[in-house]
Design a binder for this molecule. Structure first.
Ligand code: UDP
Ligand code: MG
Length: 139
């Protein structure tokens, strides 16, 4: 397994609840190096574009509304096997199914308001990193 990068977000629910510090600590404790980080507020167009793969889903409009309700953190995370490992540390999409000790188990309040994002494959990570970071932004 080689060192790779994944894309992550801390979503508006967790930023509003003051959970950024604890989530960043969990990320670092899991052995990730934070190689890019910015706080932004997504526009409706950005959220629709970022989640375009879900545009036909019944939850799409609600998801776009949620993701634009307040500021978020966008991050590039580096580690061996980063994509798979960050999804493991995040926990299942629905916090009801998330394993003990995962970020979503600790902080998520619903399947929608689930506090963090992580790319689902290396190819997706490359696209998602490019959505928010230019090469010059990343260490
Ligand atoms: N989501 C939702 N309702 C659902 C499934 C997903 O509101 O039934 C939201 C949730 O915020 C999730 C995001 O849509 O994180 C993207 O869904 P995906 O299936 O890609 O989950 P993830 O990869 O984030 O675990
Ligand atoms: Mg996903």
């Amino acid at each position: 397994m080689s060192v790779e990068r994944t894309f992550s977000m801390i979503k508006p629910d967790a930023v509003a609840a003051g959970q950024v510090g604890e989530i960043l600590a969990m990320i670092e404790q899991a052995g990730f190096k934070i190689v890019g980080l910015r706080m932004i507020r997504m526009t409706e167009k950005q959220a629709q574009g970022f989640y375009a793969v879900h545009r036909e889903k019944p939850f799409f409009a609600g998801l776009v509304k949620f993701m634009t309700e307040g500021p978020i953190l966008v991050m590039a995370l580096e580690r061996e096997d980063a994509v798979r490992k960050w999804r493991e540390v995040m926990g299942a999409t629905n916090p009801a199914n998330a394993a003990e000790g995962t970020v979503r188990k600790r902080f998520a309040s619903s399947i929608e308001r689930n506090c963090v994002h992580g790319s689902d494959a290396p190819e997706t990570a490359a696209v998602e990193l490019g959505f928010f970071f230019s090469a010059a932004d990343l260490l």
